[in-house]
Each structure stands twice: as structure tokens, then as C-alpha cells.
Design a protein around this ligand. Structure first.
Ligand SMILES: [Ca+2]
Ligand SMILES: [Ca+2]
Ligand SMILES: [Cu+2]
Length: 223
């Protein structure tokens, strides 16, 4: 499973994140398609140690404030585990501005994997679930049947226009976090007991495999 090039890419991303630490979002202001549309794009970075298989990925988030007051969020990612849904959330701390950021490989701890819980001191809790349909509250955090699925090449495209983004307008800095790594490339998250990774549970729930919730990409956006 390990691939030297992928590992090197992940390590490079990790170093950048370690230096970037808990800094605020780096915004790249696009040329506006219209004077009434504010459009911004942000980078998503891989956050796992290079030793975590299938964890090298990259991505972007685009946020457009539309003239009608709605907010359009687009996420594109490359190198994700193919043909699987990827939970995505806006993470942060509601209320007064708190300077949050993304975890790097150093947040992994003894087990060598950055779990959702390992990342919480960096990116906070879940403000919004970036589901494709239905509810977008934190209650839908693990609604895998309503999140975007990566294609056979590991490419994911997500776009949704929000009239109300729970917790988002309130929070100081917000991180987009994309979850889900098929560590053993067997085409599935380890929901079946005979799966090699079934014994590794999510840090959120013993009923959910680590593969389904482990964070893979993270990047700050400005609100
Ligand atoms: Ca860990
Ligand atoms: Ca698997
Ligand atoms: Cu999340």
C-alpha cells in the first residue's frame, strides 16, 4: 500500500502544516465573476503522517457569497479513497473568534493516526455537516449516505448552496475537514467484522470504523 511518492507528498504537506500550525485561514481572493459575487478559494491539505496508507490527497474549497444572501460552498478533492462517501464538515468554535487551525502529523500520538478527536483541539467541533441533501446540522455528522462520493479515480466534487449555515457566521475561524481513508484499499470502510481494519474503531463511536471517520484533508476558510 505504501507508495514512496505519496508518502513524500504527505510528509511535505505535514511540514507545511506544522509550521502553519494554528494560524488563520490563508485566503486567495479570486477575480470576481460579478461585482455582486464575492468568491474566495482556499487550499485543503493532507494532515496524516506519511506512514498512514492512502492518506496523501489534496483539495480546494471555494466559497461564494451570492447576491441573494445565500452561500455557495464547493469542495474539490483529489487522491481520496475511490468509490466511497467522504464525510465533510465545517469545524470551529461557535461564538467569539477563536483562532483555530488544522492538525499536522504531530497530532497523531502513539497510534500513529490523527483521529477526529486528535484534531478537535486544532479545528474544534462540528459546526455544519456538508451533506449533499437534507439536514446540515452536526446531527448529520456521520450520515454517510448523504455525503459526496469520490469517483473511481479518487476525485470528489461537492457543491451546495446554503440559505443558513449552522454555526458558521458565528465562528471566528472555520476549517473544512474531509474524512474517510480506505487504509487497505479493499474498496470499503471496515463495517464488516471480518474486515482487516474492523478492530480499529472511530474515536467518535465504537460502532463506526476508524476508516470512515479518520480525517484526511483540512483547510481554513474565512467567514
Ligand atoms: Ca491518534
Ligand atoms: Ca478498508
Ligand atoms: Cu469533520
Amino acid at each position: 500500500m505504501r507508495n514512496a511518492t505519496r508518502a513524500a507528498l504527505a510528509a511535505t504537506a505535514g511540514i507545511a502544516l506544522a509550521i502553519g500550525g494554528a494560524t488563520a485561514a490563508n485566503a486567495a481572493h479570486d477575480t470576481n465573476p460579478s461585482p455582486k459575487v464575492a468568491s474566495y478559494s482556499y487550499t485543503l491539505n493532507a494532515i496524516q503522517p506519511a506512514s498512514v496508507p492512502e492518506s496523501a490527497a489534496s483539495g480546494t474549497t471555494r466559497v461564494k457569497a451570492l447576491p441573494n444572501g445565500k452561500l455557495q460552498v464547493t469542495v474539490e478533492a483529489w487522491g481520496l479513497s475511490p468509490n466511497l462517501p467522504h464525510a465533510m464538515h465545517l469545524h470551529g468554535v461557535p461564538g467569539a473568534a477563536t483562532d483555530m487551525g488544522c492538525p499536522g502529523p504531530g497530532a497523531a500520538g502513539a497510534d500513529g493516526v490523527v483521529s477526529v478527536v486528535d484534531g478537535i483541539p486544532f479545528y474544534g467541533g462540528i459546526l455544519t455537516s456538508l451533506t449533499s441533501t437534507g439536514d446540515t446540522s452536526p446531527a448529520s455528522a456521520l450520515a454517510l449516505d448523504r455525503f459526496a462520493t469520490a469517483d473511481a479515480n479518487g476525485y470528489l466534487y461537492y457543491q451546495r448552496t446554503f440559505t443558513d449555515v449552522p454555526g458558521y457566521t458565528d465562528a471566528g475561524t472555520v476549517q473544512v475537514v474531509v474524512h474517510g481513508i480506505d487504509f487497505d484499499s479493499n474498496g470499503a470502510y471496515a463495517f464488516n467484522a471480518d474486515d482487516p481494519f474492523a478492530s480499529m474503531a472511530s474515536s467518535l463511536s465504537g460502532a463506526i470504523p476508524l476508516e470512515a471517520t479518520v480525517p484526511v484533508l483540512c483547510g481554513g476558510i474565512a467567514n
